[in-house]
Design a protein around this ligand. Structure first.
Ligand code: UN1
Length: 511
């Protein structure tokens, strides 16, 4: 166990990092409380944007889109993102400090999150020369049939506290090369990292001659998000957060025929088969379930282990959780593996879930206790928990955003797949096996029903090169790599006639 830094020290450290990133110092007592989960203390008040402010920001971003950005050649738009990537490299440590202070991530995960931003900038720069459309054979002589991808408009980006900067960068780097402008509503719990990112992007814009209004920041709460969802000038709302948030945002955007890209809850499972390399699986499961204190969308929340290896595997997992329990505390300390939960609400949800699991017949195999309560009564450090369940009850089917791993056992692989898919969410899933048929079955059409399906690695920690997102209540959106860029552009189908005739399609005769 480590001693925790004081709120004053963290405020100093955050102020210095913000200043190095070029963010104006702010302290608006009436604004959003910029809190640190390390101590629970408030560092600054960050001014919130009211609905009129959102309208003004969208108006400015829309004018920048219409008057200049959409007509700027895509490779030139890539220059802005290239410069942003350079600034992110230069300020990697500053941003990681802010991510640790604001989201509670351990140092290596905070640095990893900033690396994810750098990676997606590199990807987007390459993409700026590859926004390919297809040419299709026309059925008519002397005609050409093709598609063109055009910029879409203003993209409203809504992000969550747990990846306060990476998810913004997935959306923003891609949107900018696609010729869109961005209005960002960060999580209420993470306004400081947003100030730093906005300042770095503003500098990149100034350095590359891009309009300042390619990016606007609108910190705020629900009303701010609602104003963004309702504004008809926002062509795409890309929102990451809870299923509850998605249920509010999606119908509002749909009512005005806007586009939505949703990345909502996950309830991710790993199947551990009898042939699995149990040491490797233990590492995969423990990082998946307890990493980031269980606060990733991709966190592993369920373990589905074959009954023949259940005892041997659980012995390993429980022993690893015992070692983790010694390494909970100050996320700035290199020895720490588990930082704090984001706040009291998360802790209450964890307690309530553990109580319900016990009422359903669950047995706690490891963890679950609160730690460091005396040192930091307003902060919520917990031992990640493992709970063996007699069945996949309602609480197991729910996403509780805290480090609880529910354990279920299976007898045959069909049963494992059915349990795996038997939840409302569909983000990510894994199988640990050395049996090729099981691995292939897991990835097949009748296998895992998630947007991300892995073999012999855990459920979390996806690379940016693939498309990120999931099915069912996860919302269906795809962000980041592969061809996710298409969601940020509009497709036009073009038919060009270079003959002197006017043949109609499908052989229709007229006049
Ligand atoms: C999230 O939790 O919202 O795959 C994003 C991962 C990270 C991103 C998680 N690259 O775990």
């Amino acid at each position: 166990m480590t001693t925790l830094p004081t709120t004053d020290l963290l405020r100093e450290r955050a102020t210095a990092a913000l200043a190095r990133c070029g963010a104006e110092p702010v302290d608006d007592a009436a604004g959003l409380p910029g809190r640190t989960p390390l101590t629970g203390g408030v560092l600054f008040g960050v001014p919130a944007t009211d609905p009129e402010g959102v309208g003004a920001a969208v108006g400015a971003a829309h004018a920048a889109f219409r008057d200049s950005w959409r007509d700027t050649p895509a490779p030139q738009r890539g220059e802005l993102v290239r410069r942003l990537g350079e600034l992110l490299r230069a300020h990697k440590s500053d941003l990681a400090d802010l991510v640790t202070i604001e989201a509670g991530k351990i140092r290596s995960e905070a640095l990893g999150e900033v690396q994810e931003m750098i990676d997606v900038c590199d990807f987007a720069v390459g993409l700026s020369r590859q926004l390919y459309g297809r040419t299709m054979p026309s059925e008519r002589p002397g005609h050409r049939l093709m598609e063109t991808w055009h910029p879409l408009g203003v993209v409203g980006v809504v992000t969550a506290f747990n990846f306060p900067v990476a998810v913004w960068s997935w959306n923003t780097a891609i949107a900018l090369v696609c010729g869109d402008t961005v209005v960002w509503k960060p999580s209420e719990a993470a306004p400081m990292t947003a100030l730093a990112c906005h300042a770095l992007l503003a500098r990149a814009a100034a350095d590359t001659g891009a309009p300042a209004d390619v990016h606007r920041l609108v910190p705020g709460g629900r009303e701010t998000g609602a104003a963004l969802a309702d504004d008809p000038r926002v062509a795409l709302v890309s929102a990451t957060g809870s299923v509850r948030m998605g249920r509010e945002v999606a119908p509002r955007v749909a009512a005005r025929f806007g586009r939505c890209l949703l990345e909502l809850g996950g309830n991710n499972a790993a199947v551990v088969a009898p042939s699995a390399d149990l040491d490797l699986a233990t590492r995969g499961v423990v990082f998946g379930a307890a990493g980031t204190a269980g606060q990733r969308c991709t966190t592993q929340r369920r373990l589905i282990v074959h009954e023949d290896v259940a005892d041997a595997f659980l012995d390993r997992v429980v022993a690893a959780y015992g070692r983790l329990a010694e390494r909970i505390g100050d996320p700035f300390d290199d020895a720490t593996l588990v930082g704090p939960l984001i706040g009291e609400g998360a802790y209450d949800a964890m307690r309530a879930a553990l109580d319900r699991a016990a009422a359903d017949g669950g047995t706690v195999l490891a963890g679950g206790a609160r730690c460091l309560e005396k040192e930091a009564p307003d902060a919520y450090y917990v031992e990640p928990a493992v709970v063996r369940m007699p069945a996949q009850t309602d609480i197991v089917r729910d996403e509780t955003f805290a480090p609880i791993l529910y354990v279920l056992t299976y007898r045959d692989f069909d049963e494992a797949v059915a349990l795996h898919n038997g939840v409302p969410q569909g983000l990510s899933g894994s199988v640990f096996t050395q049996d090729q048929r099981e691995a292939e079955r897991f990835l097949a059409a009748d296998g895992a029903d998630c947007g991300i399906a892995n073999v012999n690695i855990g459920t979390s920690g996806a690379e940016i090169g693939g498309a990120f997102g999931g099915e069912k209540e996860t919302g269906g959106g795809r962000e980041s790599g592969s061809d996710a860029w298409r969601a940020y552009m509009r497709r036009a189908t073009n038919t060009v006639n270079h003959s002197g005739e006017l043949p109609l399609a499908q052989g229709v005769n007229f006049l």
